[in-house]
Design a protein around this ligand. Structure first.
Ligand code: ARG
Length: 588
């Protein structure tokens, strides 16, 4: 189904052509003066030079041909040459009725779907999940859903950080505490125990202890580095410990992400990419892409047009060890082999931008990905506390994700209990649903690349541009619809009628923008635009609600028209929050 902007543009092109002007001038946009009109065309201004004519005259010629159009209630030409448009209420209603028939509410699926991989989440195994990982999970999940809604084949990959020094640290600390374990006995050639030698709780304590200790103690650090080396070179006992760490951590991570309503198609990690490294390195050498620089193997990626230095991509350290660049390149080899993605999107902290510039250039230059493969870095900003500094606990430590979620949920629980709209037994579950919306909306409503302030009080408020406000609006609609049904009304087969007042019209106009807005959100990978859209939609709905008797409207046709509008408003809102990665409760 064409978007309304597309339809009006066609109408406008026709009018330009009939009036003897170039139809390319007929671009229609949403009005930036909503007090005057709903849509506007500024094409006459652009045509003035070409036709040596006052823009006002061109606009008048064009407007003459729009008189008969069924799309508009009014077409006004204003100085110096704007064409201001108001949609006819009949047109709005019939467009909405058509939209209501569409499974995707008027969004056209991609004619040739793409295979898109999204690399997001990126937690480091055995290190606690902290708020830094929250943004990647929230934004990535929404981007995944948006791409999928458009009909693409989308694969979300968590890309675990599971191959680093943290593993060596844990092994070293474990050896110190339980040297008798068979993993540390080089002679041992039996089967290692199935049971992990630690619980998740212990593991979470082991890492920070070891990490702090290694910072003070040189010898310990050397040992941890050596353990990392042995692990990476296939020492059996350490590989077995690694398996335990992975099993215990991944189970815990799965629980955490489930709570966030974030779900990955692939649980691959840095470790999976290692086996692609030797061949890749060989290729880079054979084809002459790589060179040695002070013992290290590097690939130059500086380009002539750069106005700042882009250092070479580091492939191997002088001791032969692989690096972050190497792993990301090898992961692209793996992805190319398994999925041939048309596009790979990395949702990572924007401070890693240089790393990705290097990796992308190297992958393109050396043919690791095809020339047409689109590699996109979606860098996000820092989540700050109210003091404008990176978010910390009250005690000044790194805030763990779990604690942050708990804090929000407790706040939500208090608010919900104050409202007393749900049973005590339901309040906890409701607090979780609303709390998640508060966190996610608070994050997604900001442009991803910007830093933002995580403000528990503001995010959990039922008023203003917040997740709870959006949910509150949906719940309000649900409750009206439920009452309508209780009184014997059915929600099937209802149709919307032309709006009779400004509030109804404004609500209708906002709803019918959905597919136009979605296109922009999709093209620009910009979930924040979807948030802005639903915030406005919620506002329009609430204004309409306060000005209109809905259930007590006596004219039955009018009433059922309102209900049809509510059903559609709810569907649009629910679709949008689904795309953002959260849901609405029944009551709150
Ligand atoms: N584990 C990394 C970190 O915590 C993020 C991984 C991002 N993805 C990637 N393909 N490098 O910083």
């Amino acid at each position: 189904m064409k978007t309304l902007l597309e339809l009006i543009t066609i109408e406008m092109r026709d009018a330009f052509a009939k009036a003897g002007y170039d139809e390319e001038l007929a671009k229609v946009t949403l009005s930036n003066r909503p007090d005057l009109c709903e849509y506007q065309c500024n094409g006459a201004m652009a045509g003035a030079k070409k036709y040596q004519k006052a823009p006002f005259m061109i606009a008048e010629d064009v407007a003459e041909h729009l008189k008969e159009s069924t799309y508009f209630e009014s077409v006004d030409v204003v100085k110096p040459g704007f064409i201001n448009l108001k949609l006819s209420p009949q047109c709005a209603a019939s467009y909405l009725n058509e939209m209501a028939q569409e499974e995707k509410l008027g969004v056209e699926e991609e004619a040739s779907p793409k295979t898109i991989m999204i690399d997001y989440g990126g937690p480091n195994v055995a290190k606690p999940l902290h708020v830094g990982h929250l943004r990647s999970a929230i934004i990535g999940e929404s981007v995944k859903r948006i791409m999928r809604f458009k009909g693409n084949r989308v694969i979300g990959d968590i890309h675990l950080g599971d191959w680093g020094y943290q593993m060596g640290l844990i092994i070293t600390e474990l050896k110190k505490r339980q040297p008798e374990l068979p993993y540390f006995d080089e002679e041992f050639d039996g089967e290692y125990p199935k049971e992990a030698p630690f619980t998740i709780g212990e593991l979470e304590e082991i890492y920070p202890t070891a990490s702090a200790y290694a910072k003070e103690n040189e010898e310990y650090r050397e040992e941890a580095l050596h353990a990392t080396y042995l692990l990476q070179n296939g020492y059996r006992g350490y590989r077995a410990i690694w398996d335990h760490i992975m099993n215990v951590s991944v189970a815990d991570l799965k629980k955490n992400y489930e709570r966030l309503n974030v779900d990955f198609d692939l649980w691959k990690g840095e470790a999976d990419a290692q086996k692609y490294i030797p061949d890749m390195v060989q290729m880079l050498k054979d084809e002459g892409y790589a060179r040695y620089d002070e013992g290290a193997l590097v690939v130059d990626v500086q380009e002539e047009t750069d106005n700042k230095e882009v250092p070479p991509c580091m492939i191997l350290k002088s001791d032969g060890a692989a690096l972050y660049d190497t792993t990301d390149l090898a992961t692209l080899v793996e992805r190319e082999q398994d999925y041939q993605p048309d596009e790979v999107i990395y949702v990572v902290d924007k401070r890693q931008e240089m790393h990705f510039t290097q990796v992308f250039r190297c992958a393109k230059k050396t043919g690791i990905v095809r020339p047409e493969t689109k590699l996109q870095f979606l860098g996000f900003g820092t989540m700050n506390g109210k003091d404008g500094k990176p978010f910390k606990t009250r005690e000044g430590g790194v805030m763990r994700l779990e604690n942050l979620i708990r804090e929000i949920n407790e706040e939500m629980y208090k608010k919900i209990m104050d409202n007393r709209t749900v049973e005590d037994s339901e309040a906890e579950r409701t607090a979780q649903i609303v709390g998640l919306a508060a966190i996610k909306y608070g994050d997604l409503s900001n442009q991803a690349s910007k830093d933002y302030i995580f403000d528990v009080d503001r995010f959990t408020s039922f008023e203003g541009n917040t997740g709870p406000y959006i949910l509150y609006t949906i719940v309000r609609i649900k409750s009206i619809l439920a009452k309508y049904q209780e009184n014997g009304g059915s929600l099937d087969g209802l149709t919307m009628r032309p709006a009779e007042n400004v509030y109804e019209k404004a609500l209708m106009l906002q709803i019918l923008k959905f597919n136009d807005v979605f296109e922009a959100v999709y093209e620009e990978t910009a979930p924040h635009k979807l948030c802005a859209y639903i915030y406005e939609l919620a506002n329009e709905f609430n204004k309409f609600y306060h000005e209109t008797k809905i259930l007590s409207e006596e004219d039955q046709e009018k009433r059922s028209g309102y209900i049809a509008l509510l059903v559609l408003a709810k569907r649009v809102l629910e679709t949008c929050i689904g795309l953002l990665g959260f849901e609405a409760p029944e009551r709150m």
